[in-house]
Design a protein around this ligand. Structure first.
Ligand SMILES: O=C(O)CCC(=O)C(=O)O
Length: 300
């Protein structure tokens, strides 16, 4: 037990999961969501659809910045089911990059062509060839058990490739994986992995949610600033992870009040021991991420 007001970082990668993530660029967690959670999130999706003037039943529909649209989505910002994985990568500068859902009905248009996520002209991999600058967590709310159900399609291992011949097309690629998942599955994807979407020729509407995370200084995809009144409704960690700064440089150098975001899972500390003199202030200290430590160990 600790009397610290701060939370210990929730669980993240096991060594085996890390090895698979580094090799394939994607992880699958079956039965990550129980039936009640699937129902709760599906109901929140329905509320967002009903509140939108653009929603038309039977048409492909997507919505962004979900977190501000329904409390069920705000609760996912720092949910211990997945946030520890994002913290393992982005550490004390963790930020929510995007929260979005997709509804892909039978025959729906606008299924995506091959692409990686992130910057185009100079992609993330140029700067960070080994560690991701963005990850995307997927929550699958409907069974997608066969091909041609509006599936996500990934090319495992392609997160280190900056060129793919089939870019801008739907052409199949040898080695691609047409993702077939049961509802309740969570996926965790390196955002530089190449992916596309299958047409939906089934009679089932595909529904899923994506939450992407990145370091604070990477620009968000679905907002510039969050509504200050809405931010007040969040807990401390959720509010920090939204990184809604009116002073731009705070994205790189957040205020002292935002440290620690979490305490170290193993030591329970808010800092890395033996790195600086005692008097160096916490918000000015570098803390190693779990993934950084893992790479450092692998290099020795
Ligand atoms: O709908 C999907 O499964 C994937 C959407 C997509 O390509 C993306 O989020 O970048």
């Amino acid at each position: 037990m600790t009397d610290s007001p701060y939370r210990i970082a929730p669980p993240g990668f096991t060594d085996e999961q890390w090895e698979t993530f580094e090799r394939d660029g994607i992880l699958f967690f079956e039965d990550a969501l129980d039936a009640a959670t699937i129902d709760e999130l599906s109901a929140a999706m329905d509320r967002v659809c009903q509140a939108s003037e653009k929603y038309q039943e039977g048409q492909t529909f997507g919505s962004e910045n979900l977190v501000e649209r329904d409390p069920a989505f705000a609760a996912l910002i720092d949910h211990p089911r997945h946030v520890g994985y994002a913290y393992d990568l982005f550490g004390e500068l963790l930020k929510l990059h995007q929260s979005q859902f997709f509804i892909r009905p039978p025959g729906g248009e606008r299924y995506n062509i091959w692409h990686p996520d992130g910057a185009r002209a100079v992609p993330y991999g140029t700067f960070s060839p080994n560690l991701p600058l963005q990850i995307k967590i997927g929550f699958w709310l409907t069974d997608v058990l066969e091909e041609k159900m509006g599936n996500l399609v990934v090319l495992p291992g392609s997160h280190r490739e900056q060129y793919v011949d089939q870019y801008d097309s739907h052409e199949p690629i040898d080695g691609e994986q047409i993702v077939c998942v049961r509802k309740g599955t969570m996926t965790l994807m390196h955002s530089s992995i190449w992916h596309r979407v299958e047409p939906n020729e089934s009679d089932v509407v595909r529904k899923n949610i994506f939450y992407a995370y990145c370091p604070a200084w990477v620009t968000a995809a679905d907002r510039v600033l969050s509504n200050p009144e809405w931010l007040e409704t969040l807990n401390r960690e959720q509010r920090i992870i939204m990184r809604s700064y009116t002073h731009a440089y705070a994205n790189a150098k957040p205020p002292a009040s935002e440290f620690p975001l979490f305490l170290d899972r193993e030591t329970g500390l808010d800092h890395d021991p033996d790195t600086y003199r005692e008097d160096v202030q916490l918000h000015r200290r570098k803390r190693m991420t779990w993934a950084e430590r893992k790479h450092a160990l692998a290099a020795t």
